[in-house]
Design a protein around this ligand. Sequence first.
Ligand SMILES: Nc1ncnc2c1ncn2[C@@H]1O[C@H](COP(=O)(O)OP(=O)(O)OP(=O)(O)O)[C@@H](O)[C@H]1O
Ligand SMILES: [Mg+2]
Length: 420
Amino acid sequence: MLCTNTTEKECLEKGLFGDREYRLPYLKSIKKGDIGFLLNLSRDQLLGIFVAESEARLNIDPNAWGGGFPAQVKVKLIGQLQRVDKASEKLEKIIELREIQRDPFPYKVPLRNTYGPDITDKVISLFTLTDNVREYFKIPPPEEIGLYPEYKLEDVAGLEDVKRFIYQRIIAPFEDEETAYKLGLRIGGGLLLFGPPGTGKTLVAMAIANHIEAKFIEISPSVIIGYPGEAERRIENIFASLDKEPRAVVFLDEAEWVLCKREDQTSSVMQRITPVLLAQLSRIFRQKRKPIIVIAATNKPEMIDPAFLRPGRFDRIFYVGLPDKDARAKIIERCLKNREHELSEDDISEIAGKLEGYSGADIENIIEEAAFIAFEERNARPAKITKNDIMNAVEKIPKSVKPEEEEQIKEWAKERGIKI
Ligand SMILES: Nc1ncnc2c1ncn2[C@@H]1O[C@H](COP(=O)(O)OP(=O)(O)OP(=O)(O)O)[C@@H](O)[C@H]1O
Ligand SMILES: [Mg+2]
C-alpha cells in the first residue's frame, strides 16, 4: 500500500490501509492473513510488515483520512515499525516500478498492487527480522551441524604447523578471555583455510568449534541455495541467532563463491545473496568483543577477491595440504580403528608410503573399498581387512587431486608470500 507523509499517520495509528474505490480488483483480492507493506512515497521508505486482519470493507473507520479513502482493510503491524530507506532503489531489484510525475517530485511506485509469495518473501528480506517477526513467520532455527562432535585438533593428521598456530592464536585466547582482553587481543575474527579437496579443511573448522565449545554453523552455496526465495531471510536469520550465542564458529565453505570479485560472479542467485552475506560478515568483524570465528574454506583461492584478505577480515591464512607419509598412516589407522583387520604397524606404514598424492578423503575411500572387498569374500575367508585388500582397493581408487591443481594452489600462496 502507498502513502505519503500526510496519510501515513492514520495508517499507522488506526491500523488501516485505504483506497478511494471499493471495487478496485486488488482490494477485492485481499484476504485475511495476507502480508502487506506500506511504502511512504514522500520519504521513499518501506515502513513495516503488516498482516491483513480483514477483507476490504467500506468505511471501517468513516473518519479516517477525512473520509477520503472509504475502501479500507484493517491491518496489524508484525514486529516493530521499521523505516527501510531508499525503498525504491531496493524494490527495483525485486519488482518493476513505474514513475509517476507528481509535484513536488516524481514517485516511483510498484507496477502492481499485489504480488505472489516469492516477491513477498523478497520484500520481507529488506527488513531486519526481529524475534517477533520471525516467530510470526515461524522461520525454523538454523541447523546446527555436528558431524564430528568429538573431533579435536589432535585427531587431524599432519598439518602440525597449522594446528599449533591455531591452538596458540585462535583457541588459547578463548580459554583465557579475560587476559586476552586485558592485552587488547582480538578474540575470534576471520581465517581462511585453503588447499586441495579432501584434505581436512572442514575437519579443522569443526575441531576449532569443539575446542572452544562453540556452536558450529555452516554456510555454503549448497546450503543457501537449497532454500529458494528464502535465502536472504535465512542468512539474516542465522546471523541474528548468533547475537544470542556466547560463542560461535561460522563456517563458510566453498568460500570462493561468496568472496569472489563482484565482476566474476556468474551465479545470479549468489549475485543476489552475496551482498547480504557480506554485510553480515562485516558486521561481525566490526564487533571486536564478539567471540565469533568466521572460517572460510576454499580450494580455489585464486578466485577470492584480495580485498577480503586485508587486516580485520580473513587475515589469518592457512594452507591445508595433502597429508605426508606419517599423516597418511595416521588416517589409515583411524579408518581401521573400528574395523576387523590384520594389518601390523609396519604394514600400515608401508601402505602409507605408497599413497603419495592421495588426500585424506581418498584414503577413507580406499579403506571403505577394502572393507567391501573383504565383505564380498566373506564365505571364502575370515571377515578381516588384509593388506592385500587395501592394495587392491588402491588400484581401483584414483587420486582425486591432480598435481596441476595442487601446483596452482601453491602458486597462489607463493605469490602472496604465504607459508605453505
Ligand atoms: N588431515 C586429516 N586428518 C584426518 N582425517 C582427514 C584429514 N584430511 C582428510 N581427512 C578425512 O577426509 C574426509 C574429508 O575431509 P574434509 O571434509 O575435512 O576435507 P575438506 O578439505 O573440507 O574437503 P573439501 O575441499 O572437498 O570440502 C574427512 O572425513 C576426514 O575424516
Ligand atoms: Mg570441506
